[in-house]
Design a protein around this ligand. Structure first.
Ligand code: PEP
Ligand code: MN
Length: 337
């Protein structure tokens, strides 16, 4: 059961509601969102009737949500969530593009790629400073130095920055350097990390795990929302299937399935989904046509020399050409870019 509290509720009334729930043998979980304060009640709801709860002073609404994820569900919130990051709004008519290198390499290269993606129409610069690599011998990212380069790129270009967190201990650095914190596919079920990013209001983009079902994906998002952070963007980035012709299999149907089940914005990352440059543009086009709220694309000025994922990076000129076609597709389905 989700109990929505009145905005003008007093502390005393709130305490009374929590007390009443506990006395019934249920566990209340108080969540302070941007828009409203709610109490999620865990346990057998039959011991505390909906009418009884509704009669308590300070209660605005009582909702029984059937989905296993509550705050993430469309049942809980009918309207699309729009996340505003310094004026860049994700989840509205405009399809937002995030682009940049897989990993932050040198400052010069980052600045040159950032300028290119900005010219192409991207609003958000991506780049990993902490890289989740399969092999411990592969480049692991520049760490804090990489984050400083990202901040420098933001200062020089005005682009906002998305970068991946892998360790909860890096949260203070993320608060300083990132505008959106990315949780990568490999950490989708790192529950301590989810709780940590949930404890701050900073926008989070959660990527779907390599073998996660949509239900597991949404339950992971629920960890972040239930910890208090409602600013969550979901990212479909391909899932592991028996097919080996592409790096992963892009589950484009996830876009419409998630939009039906949840109010959160959905971004598609065709680069990690296909893993091959040639297939990135058609899948990015298909993602816009499918209704994605944003696209994340890896771009590199010299893919052969990239420290990571060069085989799926677009050259800046190819990115710019792609953007022209994406704008047309967005227009054709009543959206903008
Ligand atoms: C990334 O975006 O840099 C990344 C590592 O992606 P994923 O977690 O989807 O593999
Ligand atoms: Mn990558």
């Amino acid at each position: 059961m989700i109990i929505v509290l009145k905005p003008q509720i007093t502390d005393q009334q709130q305490e009374q509601i929590l007390k009443r729930i506990r006395e019934s043998g249920l566990t209340p979980n108080l969540m302070r969102g941007v828009e409203r304060v709610v109490i999620a009640v865990i346990g057998d709801e039959r011991v505390l009737g909906k009418e009884t709860v509704l009669s308590l002073p300070g209660v605005e609404e009582v909702m029984s949500i059937l989905a296993p994820y509550k705050l993430v569900s469309r049942e809980f919130k009918k309207d699309n969530t729009v996340i505003d990051i310094h004026g860049v709004r994700i989840g509205e008519k405009k399809v937002v593009v995030m682009a940049g290198p897989c990993s932050v390499e040198t400052l010069d290269r980052l600045l040159s790629i950032a300028n290119d993606v900005k010219e192409g129409g991207a609003l958000i610069l991506r780049g990993g400073a902490y890289k989740p690599r399969t092999s411990p011998y592969s480049f692991q990212g520049l760490g804090e130095e990489g984050l400083e380069y990202l901040s420098e790129a933001r200062r020089k270009t005005g682009l906002i920055v998305i970068t991946e967190i892998m360790d909860p201990r890096d949260m203070p650095l993320m608060m300083k350097h990132a505008d959106i914190i990315q949780i990568g596919a490999r950490n989708m079920q790192n529950f301590r990390l989810l709780a940590e990013v949930g404890a701050h209001p900073k926008p989070v983009m959660l990527k779907r795990g390599l073998s996660a079902t949509i239900k597991e994906f949404l339950l992971s998002a629920e960890y972040i929302l239930s910890a208090g952070n409602q600013n969550v963007i979901l990212c479909e980035r391909g899932i592991r299937t028996f097919e080996t012709a592409t790096r992963n299999t892009l589950d484009l149907s996830a876009v419409c399935v998630i939009k039906q089940l949840s109010h959160l914005p959905v971004v598609v990352d065709p680069s990690h989904a296909v893993g091959k440059t040639d297939f990135v543009a058609p899948m990015a086009q298909a993602a816009v046509a499918a209704g994605a709220d944003g696209i994340m694309i890896e771009v590199h000025s010299d893919p052969a020399l990239a420290y990571c994922d060069g085989e799926q990076a677009l050259l800046p000129e190819d990115f710019k050409t792609l953007m022209i076609s994406l704008k047309k597709i967005a227009g054709a389905i009543g959206r903008e870019m």
